[in-house]
Design a protein around this ligand. Structure first.
Ligand code: MG
Ligand code: MG
Length: 256
Protein backbone atom coordinates (compact mmCIF):
# COMPACT_ATOMS: atom_id res chain seq x y z
CA UNK A 1 0.00 0.00 0.00
CA UNK A 2 1.02 3.58 -0.52
CA UNK A 3 0.20 6.38 1.86
CA UNK A 4 0.83 9.87 3.10
CA UNK A 5 -0.69 9.10 6.52
CA UNK A 6 2.18 8.70 8.96
CA UNK A 7 2.95 8.56 12.66
CA UNK A 8 6.54 9.00 13.83
CA UNK A 9 10.03 7.99 12.59
CA UNK A 10 11.38 4.95 14.43
CA UNK A 11 14.90 3.52 14.52
CA UNK A 12 14.78 -0.27 14.75
CA UNK A 13 17.00 -2.37 17.02
CA UNK A 14 18.84 -5.41 15.65
CA UNK A 15 16.22 -7.62 17.34
CA UNK A 16 13.42 -5.71 15.64
CA UNK A 17 15.18 -5.95 12.29
CA UNK A 18 15.36 -9.73 12.74
CA UNK A 19 11.56 -9.84 13.10
CA UNK A 20 11.12 -7.49 10.15
CA UNK A 21 13.28 -9.82 8.06
CA UNK A 22 10.79 -12.60 8.80
CA UNK A 23 7.83 -10.34 7.91
CA UNK A 24 9.66 -9.42 4.71
CA UNK A 25 10.41 -13.04 3.90
CA UNK A 26 6.74 -14.03 4.19
CA UNK A 27 5.73 -10.96 2.16
CA UNK A 28 8.17 -12.06 -0.56
CA UNK A 29 6.68 -15.56 -0.45
CA UNK A 30 3.23 -14.10 -1.15
CA UNK A 31 4.51 -12.60 -4.40
CA UNK A 32 6.45 -15.74 -5.30
CA UNK A 33 3.22 -17.74 -4.94
CA UNK A 34 1.14 -15.25 -6.90
CA UNK A 35 3.28 -14.77 -10.00
CA UNK A 36 2.85 -18.26 -11.53
CA UNK A 37 -0.93 -17.98 -11.01
CA UNK A 38 -1.21 -14.85 -13.14
CA UNK A 39 -2.66 -15.93 -16.47
CA UNK A 40 -5.66 -14.97 -18.59
CA UNK A 41 -8.90 -15.94 -16.84
CA UNK A 42 -7.69 -15.93 -13.26
CA UNK A 43 -9.77 -13.58 -11.11
CA UNK A 44 -8.22 -11.10 -8.74
CA UNK A 45 -10.26 -12.77 -5.98
CA UNK A 46 -8.54 -16.11 -6.72
CA UNK A 47 -5.17 -14.36 -6.46
CA UNK A 48 -6.25 -12.87 -3.14
CA UNK A 49 -7.05 -16.35 -1.80
CA UNK A 50 -3.61 -17.66 -2.82
CA UNK A 51 -1.93 -14.83 -0.92
CA UNK A 52 -4.15 -15.35 2.13
CA UNK A 53 -3.18 -19.03 2.25
CA UNK A 54 0.55 -18.18 2.18
CA UNK A 55 0.10 -15.75 5.07
CA UNK A 56 -1.77 -18.33 7.14
CA UNK A 57 0.64 -21.17 6.32
CA UNK A 58 3.48 -19.00 7.66
CA UNK A 59 1.75 -18.05 10.89
CA UNK A 60 1.51 -14.40 9.86
CA UNK A 61 -1.42 -11.98 9.55
CA UNK A 62 -2.54 -10.10 6.43
CA UNK A 63 -1.43 -6.47 6.65
CA UNK A 64 -4.10 -4.90 4.46
CA UNK A 65 -7.21 -6.90 5.43
CA UNK A 66 -9.22 -4.54 7.64
CA UNK A 67 -6.69 -1.69 7.28
CA UNK A 68 -8.95 1.38 7.30
CA UNK A 69 -11.66 -1.04 6.24
CA UNK A 70 -9.84 -2.51 3.21
CA UNK A 71 -11.67 -5.78 2.45
CA UNK A 72 -8.89 -8.04 1.11
CA UNK A 73 -5.40 -9.48 1.65
CA UNK A 74 -3.88 -7.98 -1.51
CA UNK A 75 -4.41 -4.93 -3.68
CA UNK A 76 -4.87 -5.96 -7.32
CA UNK A 77 -4.85 -3.05 -9.75
CA UNK A 78 -5.16 -3.43 -13.52
CA UNK A 79 -4.06 -1.11 -16.36
CA UNK A 80 -5.03 2.51 -15.52
CA UNK A 81 -5.53 1.49 -11.89
CA UNK A 82 -2.37 2.57 -10.04
CA UNK A 83 -2.80 1.18 -6.52
CA UNK A 84 -5.40 -0.05 -3.99
CA UNK A 85 -7.58 -2.05 -6.41
CA UNK A 86 -9.96 -4.37 -4.55
CA UNK A 87 -9.87 -8.06 -5.57
CA UNK A 88 -13.13 -9.29 -7.07
CA UNK A 89 -14.55 -12.58 -8.32
CA UNK A 90 -15.97 -10.55 -11.22
CA UNK A 91 -12.56 -9.26 -12.33
CA UNK A 92 -10.64 -11.70 -14.52
CA UNK A 93 -7.17 -10.91 -15.81
CA UNK A 94 -6.96 -10.64 -19.61
CA UNK A 95 -4.17 -11.07 -22.17
CA UNK A 96 -2.32 -7.77 -22.50
CA UNK A 97 -3.33 -6.43 -19.06
CA UNK A 98 -0.80 -4.74 -16.80
CA UNK A 99 -1.47 -6.22 -13.36
CA UNK A 100 -0.13 -4.73 -10.15
CA UNK A 101 -0.03 -6.92 -7.03
CA UNK A 102 0.61 -5.15 -3.74
CA UNK A 103 0.94 -7.42 -0.69
CA UNK A 104 1.88 -7.24 2.94
CA UNK A 105 1.80 -9.19 6.17
CA UNK A 106 2.43 -8.83 9.89
CA UNK A 107 4.78 -11.01 11.95
CA UNK A 108 4.95 -10.44 15.71
CA UNK A 109 3.57 -6.95 15.23
CA UNK A 110 5.96 -5.89 12.45
CA UNK A 111 4.98 -5.25 8.85
CA UNK A 112 6.32 -6.14 5.41
CA UNK A 113 5.09 -4.36 2.26
CA UNK A 114 5.97 -5.17 -1.36
CA UNK A 115 4.52 -4.84 -4.85
CA UNK A 116 5.20 -6.03 -8.39
CA UNK A 117 3.79 -5.32 -11.84
CA UNK A 118 3.50 -7.82 -14.69
CA UNK A 119 2.09 -7.74 -18.18
CA UNK A 120 -0.08 -10.72 -19.04
CA UNK A 121 0.91 -12.67 -22.14
CA UNK A 122 2.12 -10.34 -24.88
CA UNK A 123 2.25 -6.57 -24.62
CA UNK A 124 3.43 -3.67 -26.80
CA UNK A 125 7.06 -2.59 -26.43
CA UNK A 126 6.13 0.67 -24.68
CA UNK A 127 4.11 -1.23 -22.08
CA UNK A 128 7.03 -3.55 -21.36
CA UNK A 129 9.26 -0.49 -21.12
CA UNK A 130 6.88 1.05 -18.56
CA UNK A 131 6.99 -2.05 -16.36
CA UNK A 132 10.75 -2.57 -16.74
CA UNK A 133 11.53 1.10 -16.09
CA UNK A 134 9.41 1.11 -12.94
CA UNK A 135 11.40 -1.89 -11.65
CA UNK A 136 14.64 -0.09 -12.52
CA UNK A 137 13.39 3.03 -10.72
CA UNK A 138 12.86 0.94 -7.59
CA UNK A 139 16.42 -0.41 -7.90
CA UNK A 140 17.76 3.13 -8.36
CA UNK A 141 15.81 4.32 -5.33
CA UNK A 142 17.13 1.44 -3.23
CA UNK A 143 20.74 2.24 -4.22
CA UNK A 144 20.21 5.81 -2.99
CA UNK A 145 18.87 4.63 0.40
CA UNK A 146 22.23 4.83 2.20
CA UNK A 147 22.98 6.29 5.62
CA UNK A 148 23.93 9.94 5.22
CA UNK A 149 21.98 10.35 2.01
CA UNK A 150 18.71 12.24 2.12
CA UNK A 151 15.14 11.43 1.13
CA UNK A 152 15.51 13.76 -1.85
CA UNK A 153 18.29 11.55 -3.19
CA UNK A 154 15.82 8.65 -3.40
CA UNK A 155 13.13 10.79 -5.04
CA UNK A 156 15.61 12.23 -7.50
CA UNK A 157 16.96 8.79 -8.44
CA UNK A 158 13.44 7.55 -9.21
CA UNK A 159 12.14 10.68 -10.93
CA UNK A 160 15.15 11.36 -13.12
CA UNK A 161 15.23 7.82 -14.51
CA UNK A 162 11.46 7.73 -15.08
CA UNK A 163 11.37 11.08 -16.84
CA UNK A 164 14.44 10.25 -18.97
CA UNK A 165 12.27 7.53 -20.55
CA UNK A 166 9.25 9.82 -20.97
CA UNK A 167 7.18 8.45 -18.08
CA UNK A 168 5.61 10.51 -15.29
CA UNK A 169 5.90 9.85 -11.57
CA UNK A 170 2.79 9.79 -9.36
CA UNK A 171 2.98 12.56 -6.73
CA UNK A 172 -0.11 12.01 -4.60
CA UNK A 173 0.88 8.55 -3.30
CA UNK A 174 4.30 7.85 -1.88
CA UNK A 175 6.45 5.36 -0.02
CA UNK A 176 6.72 5.43 3.76
CA UNK A 177 8.43 4.22 6.89
CA UNK A 178 7.49 0.69 7.94
CA UNK A 179 7.61 -0.92 11.39
CA UNK A 180 4.95 -1.63 13.97
CA UNK A 181 2.68 0.38 11.69
CA UNK A 182 2.19 -0.18 7.97
CA UNK A 183 2.65 3.53 7.37
CA UNK A 184 5.13 5.46 9.53
CA UNK A 185 7.20 8.58 9.03
CA UNK A 186 8.88 9.55 6.86
CA UNK A 187 6.96 9.90 3.61
CA UNK A 188 9.23 8.66 0.82
CA UNK A 189 8.42 10.64 -2.29
CA UNK A 190 9.20 9.36 -5.78
CA UNK A 191 10.22 12.86 -6.84
CA UNK A 192 12.74 15.23 -5.34
CA UNK A 193 16.03 17.05 -5.45
CA UNK A 194 19.44 15.62 -4.44
CA UNK A 195 20.61 16.66 -0.99
CA UNK A 196 17.17 17.75 0.19
CA UNK A 197 14.91 16.34 2.89
CA UNK A 198 15.48 14.16 5.94
CA UNK A 199 18.86 12.50 6.45
CA UNK A 200 18.67 8.69 6.26
CA UNK A 201 19.92 6.98 9.41
CA UNK A 202 20.97 3.39 10.14
CA UNK A 203 18.04 1.48 11.62
CA UNK A 204 15.38 3.17 9.52
CA UNK A 205 13.09 0.89 7.52
CA UNK A 206 11.29 2.39 4.55
CA UNK A 207 9.07 1.18 1.74
CA UNK A 208 10.22 2.59 -1.59
CA UNK A 209 7.45 2.31 -4.15
CA UNK A 210 7.68 4.11 -7.48
CA UNK A 211 4.41 4.47 -9.42
CA UNK A 212 4.97 5.45 -13.07
CA UNK A 213 2.40 6.44 -15.70
CA UNK A 214 2.62 6.48 -19.48
CA UNK A 215 0.58 9.71 -19.46
CA UNK A 216 0.30 12.43 -16.82
CA UNK A 217 1.02 12.01 -13.11
CA UNK A 218 -2.40 13.14 -11.89
CA UNK A 219 -4.68 10.65 -10.16
CA UNK A 220 -8.25 10.24 -9.01
CA UNK A 221 -10.04 7.78 -6.72
CA UNK A 222 -12.95 5.62 -7.96
CA UNK A 223 -16.36 5.51 -6.25
CA UNK A 224 -15.31 2.48 -4.20
CA UNK A 225 -13.18 4.99 -2.25
CA UNK A 226 -10.07 2.81 -2.68
CA UNK A 227 -9.02 2.28 -6.27
CA UNK A 228 -6.60 4.99 -7.43
CA UNK A 229 -6.51 5.49 -11.22
CA UNK A 230 -4.62 7.76 -13.59
CA UNK A 231 -6.69 10.88 -14.24
CA UNK A 232 -6.10 10.55 -18.00
CA UNK A 233 -6.74 6.78 -18.15
CA UNK A 234 -3.16 5.99 -19.17
CA UNK A 235 -1.39 2.80 -18.07
CA UNK A 236 0.46 2.70 -14.76
CA UNK A 237 3.06 0.42 -13.12
CA UNK A 238 4.17 0.01 -9.50
CA UNK A 239 6.99 -1.82 -7.72
CA UNK A 240 7.78 -1.81 -4.01
CA UNK A 241 10.23 -3.26 -1.53
CA UNK A 242 10.63 -2.79 2.20
CA UNK A 243 14.23 -1.64 2.79
CA UNK A 244 16.37 -1.73 5.93
CA UNK A 245 18.92 1.07 5.94
CA UNK A 246 21.80 -0.80 7.56
CA UNK A 247 25.03 0.88 8.66
CA UNK A 248 26.70 -0.48 5.52
CA UNK A 249 23.87 0.30 3.09
CA UNK A 250 20.39 -0.71 1.94
CA UNK A 251 19.11 -4.25 2.44
CA UNK A 252 15.92 -5.57 0.85
CA UNK A 253 13.77 -7.20 3.56
CA UNK A 254 11.02 -8.37 1.19
CA UNK A 255 13.35 -10.76 -0.61
CA UNK A 256 12.10 -13.32 -3.11
MG1 MG B 1 3.69 0.72 0.81
MG1 MG C 1 2.46 -1.89 -0.70
Amino acid sequence: MASAINSGVTIKSDAEIAVMREAGRVTGKMITALLPAVKPGVTTKQLDEIAYDVVKQNGAKPAFLGYRGFPATICASINEEIVHGIPSEKRAVKEGDVLKLDVGCVVEGFYGDSAVSVWVGEAPARVKELVNTTRECLEAGIKAARPGNRLGDIGFAVQSLAESRGFSVVREYVGHGVGRSLHEEPSVSNSGMPGQGMVLQPGMVIAIEPMLNIGGWQTRVLKDNWTVVTADGSLSAHFEHTIYISPSGPQVLTVR
